[in-house]
Write a protein that binds this ligand. Structure first.
Ligand SMILES: [Zn+2]
Length: 264
């Protein structure tokens, strides 16, 4: 549905203003020929943060989306892909870094509309396909506290995963990207590494703020000890560009920053 139509459908001025803010905050950025970052707003409790989805461009095989935003954001994700000059009709694959709702939220409609094949790390699949309830699914108390979250959750559906990924695997049809198992933030969390361009997509294994790399979010990481082991593993890679889902791009002294966060 186009923005103008959604604005007309907005039931209150507040809804319309929120949608305007979301559109203004959406953005895109070309990192290199293989990779674009899609900035998608994450509104919660009166504040709006940005989620950094990645779009891998394989010249032969089409587009691969990494993570999908919140439930009810499928239209916005498709509009953001279009704003970068691509068509979501060319979306052939969706890679999920992990099970959390801000990463798998719009998976179901995006898969249904495009027929994209879904990839996730093998240990994470049961949480995504509905076999097990996602570990950080909001409690009824939390949903009472955040009615907008309850509203969004109505749009969420578990979705089958087509391809189980293992550690070190080079994923097909996606510009040679390699899966790196980085458990801790969730049991089957994975990051993605492009050896040719020394680019790392961290998911939530790391965060950043204004170009400064930080560790995983304490509040949202159930196994911090394991998560820090994963950071040490990532620090063995040679990186020039780091993309954190929460916080965005880190390019200044990327290797040194990664080693600092890893404490090595
Ligand atoms: Zn997460």
């Amino acid at each position: 549905m186009c923005i103008a139509h959604r604005l007309r459908k907005s039931s209150t001025v507040r809804d319309a203003l929120k949608l305007f803010a979301a559109v203004l905050l959406s953005g895109t950025m070309k990192i290199n020929d293989d990779l674009h970052v899609l900035e998608v707003p994450m509104p919660l409790a009166g504040t709006v943060n940005i989620m950094n989805l990645s779009l891998i461009v394989d010249p032969v095989h089409g587009l691969t989306l990494v993570d999908t935003g919140l439930p009810s954001q499928a239209d916005l994700v498709e509009e953001t892909i279009a704003a970068e000059g691509f068509s979501s009709a060319d979306l052939k694959q969706i890679i999920l870094t992990h099970q959390d709702l801000d990463h798998v939220g719009a998976l179901h409609p995006l898969k249904e509309r495009t027929g994209a094949a879904v990839f996730a790390y093998v240990d994470e699949i049961p949480y995504i396909d509905g076999t097990i309830i996602p570990l950080k699914m909001p409690t009824p108390e939390r949903l009472l506290q955040y009615p907008e979250m309850a509203e969004r959750l109505k749009h969420y559906k578990p979705t089958p995963v087509d391809e189980a990924v293992t550690d070190g695997q080079i994923l097909p049809r996606s510009a040679g990207v390699q899966a790196i198992a980085t458990p801790g933030h969730s049991p089957g969390h994975m990051s993605l590494y492009f050896p040719a361009t020394k680019t790392l997509i961290t998911g939530d294994a790391l965060t950043s703020a204004d170009g400064v790399l930080n560790g995983p979010s304490r509040g949202a990481t159930p196994n911090m000890e394991l998560a820090m082991e994963s950071v040490k593993k990532l620090a063995q890679l040679d990186v020039e560009t780091i993309i954190c889902y929460h916080g965005g791009l880190v390019t200044q002294d990327a290797n040194a920053q990664l080693k600092r966060v890893a404490g090595i």
